[in-house]
Design a protein around this ligand. Sequence first.
Ligand SMILES: Nc1nc2c(ncn2[C@@H]2O[C@H](COP(=O)(O)OP(=O)(O)OP(=O)(O)O)[C@@H](O)[C@H]2O)c(=O)[nH]1
Ligand SMILES: [Mg+2]
Length: 243
Amino acid sequence: MDMVETLKVAVLGAPGVGKTAIIRQFVHHDFNEAYNPTISQDVYRPSVIINGAMFDVKIMDVPKLSSFPVNSSQEVTPRGSEAQHSKAASASHTCLLVAAPAWLVGSAISFHEWSDMKCRGLRDTCAYILVYDICNLESFEYVKTLRLQIMENRAGLPNEMPIIVVGNKRDLQKHRFTSRHTVSLLVKKSWKCGYIECSAKYNWHIVLLFKELLLSAAATGYKHNHSSTRLQGALQRNSCNIM
Ligand SMILES: Nc1nc2c(ncn2[C@@H]2O[C@H](COP(=O)(O)OP(=O)(O)OP(=O)(O)O)[C@@H](O)[C@H]2O)c(=O)[nH]1
Ligand SMILES: [Mg+2]
């Protein structure tokens, strides 16, 4: 039986920037004007063919992360067994969120539960899409912090993980807070990340975004091979994106 590569992609960014809209436009070719905040993590499983190669893609629509440490000085140390869990998470360098957020300390939810809930699914991610709204400076600052956090957690690991920064809502560009050139220069030259602007509303550059990301992800070591049963099913259902 043929083997198919599974690529797991996490989509992160401030609330309301259009993460769900981007994913839904890519997977279901639809767009909703109404804003329905994502409450729990959703997983989309499109099958994709790029340049003749087949991929089983797992896209994680990550809900609002209440708070996360920008650097180790901001980490909160939970007590007892929770502290042990925190250490394990930090040591593994595989979890995006390694410390309990301030709101959690002393709350009824244990760090163990929180860590399991929020980090599950992000451990073996092979690429990140960091979305901001080109009209909202704060959402860009959020992406800046997220990227630093990912870099801290990936430090020391052998393979580079593709990160693409995405400026969404391009259709509203007369309200943008700075020029495309300025952001693009910073992201590409200093951060060494990919940069794409798109409009989930008008399906502009959405396929390009996933194509670039998946091709870079496929070129790294973060992929899992498995049998092509899912893909065959997708082809029969006509639910396969050919890019
Ligand atoms: N004009 C315009 N509006 C957009 C675009 N993409 C998303 N929106 C709108 O922005 C709002 C938020 O979109 P979502 O996709 O729900 O944002 P999100 O990042 O998933 O938000 P959370 O789930 O809360 O994190 C919705 O009202 C969308 O219709 C776009 O490209 N252009
Ligand atoms: Mg959402």
